[in-house]
Design a protein around this ligand. Structure first.
Ligand code: S3P
Length: 169
């Protein structure tokens, strides 16, 4: 198993929850890229998008990744768009094991409709708009997500199963 594990996937796919449970199960540290950016910037993700714009946020994601790649024994929950910008997926693949937690559009829709996390990309969308948005963006992002070293079905996935998959190589 690699010393750095990056969980990637669409918003609402459970990267943070699974990531912290996985880290506990294997004795690694857990870090959430979004939280790290929020701490460094001293503002929330919606605040960053509003004040600085998405491009600056994507640059900060790149900076954080560089920092993470110099640390050991980490499970990282990445932002849903992180592996889909610049050469981020390649960089993650070079410095760690990437795991794509894959879920279908209906499941993502259900989760995002009920999520309390504020996400600037989906804020204020009706259910119909959200469904359309998820399917279009997911199709586009699959090109990046599918380059992960491991692709796992996120439905009902638990940390022990995930640890087993990662240990298998
Ligand atoms: C984003 C996903 C969010 C956060 C930001 C942008 C995206 O993270 O990084 O709102 O582009 O998909 P989660 O995947 O943890 O929701």
């Amino acid at each position: 198993m690699h010393t750095r594990i990056f969980l990637i996937g669409f918003m609402g796919s459970g990267k943070s929850t699974l990531g912290s449970q996985l880290a506990r199960a294997i004795g690694y540290r857990f870090l959430d890229m979004d939280h790290m950016i929020e701490e460094t910037a001293g503002m929330t993700i919606p605040g960053i998008f509003k004040e600085h714009g998405e491009e600056v946020f994507r640059k900060w994601e790149r900076d954080i990744l560089r920092e993470l790649c110099s640390q050991e024994q980490l499970v990282v929950s990445t932002g849903g768009g992180a592996p889909c910008h610049a050469d981020m997926i390649d960089r993650m693949n070079r410095c760690g094991d990437t795991v794509y937690i894959r879920l279908s559009v209906p499941v993502l829709l259900e989760r995002l409709r009920h999520s309390k996390t504020q996400r600037p990309l989906i804020q204020g969308k009706s259910e119909e708009e959200l469904k359309e948005f998820i399917s279009t963006l997911l199709e586009e992002r699959e090109n990046y997500y599918s380059r992960a070293r491991f692709i796992v079905d996120g439905y009902g996935l638990n940390p022990d199963t995930l640890a087993g998959i990662l240990n298998a190589t």
